[in-house]
Ligand binder design. Structure first.
Ligand SMILES: [Fe+2]
Length: 130
């Protein structure tokens, strides 16, 4: 069962940002499903690496839009992205080194990580892009 369901409440009213976020939600769900189904380390590792790559690409796209409109909150938003990337990469390196067990707690962490960023920081950006 999906951990994370996209609802209109998550929409920031910007087509490109919403599209990226829907993809991220789907990826967090894939991660959750892979663990729930007890998939192998190779499968889980791949899902996690896709999530890291897509998160970086998505943040890069948002940052390009912020620079385009000379967004006044650019620095704070960028710092938040950098922190989120560090967190997801720390999860990944813990997993790869075998030091950290990935559990349901991790997928809840990823869901909340994304939810809070979307509902707070990205809502402000979408409003500025309008
Ligand atoms: Fe963002």
């Amino acid at each position: 069962m999906a951990l994370f369901v996209w609802t209109d409440e998550l929409s920031v009213g910007n087509a490109f940002i919403d599209g990226d976020h829907q993809k991220l939600v789907a990826m967090v769900n894939s991660f959750h499903d892979a663990m729930e189904q007890g998939r192998g380390r190779d499968v889980i590792g791949k899902v996690l690496s896709n999530l890291v790559i897509y998160t970086k690409e998505h943040f890069g796209r948002e940052e390009a839009q912020m620079q385009r409109i000379k967004y006044p909150k650019y620095l704070a938003h960028k710092l938040e992205h950098d922190k989120l990337i560090r967190e997801v990469m720390a999860l990944q390196s813990g997993f790869l080194s075998g030091n950290a067990m990935l559990t349901v707690t991790v997928s809840r962490f990823l869901r909340d990580w994304l939810l809070i960023h979307i509902k707070q920081t990205d809502q402000l950006l979408a409003a500025a892009l309008r």
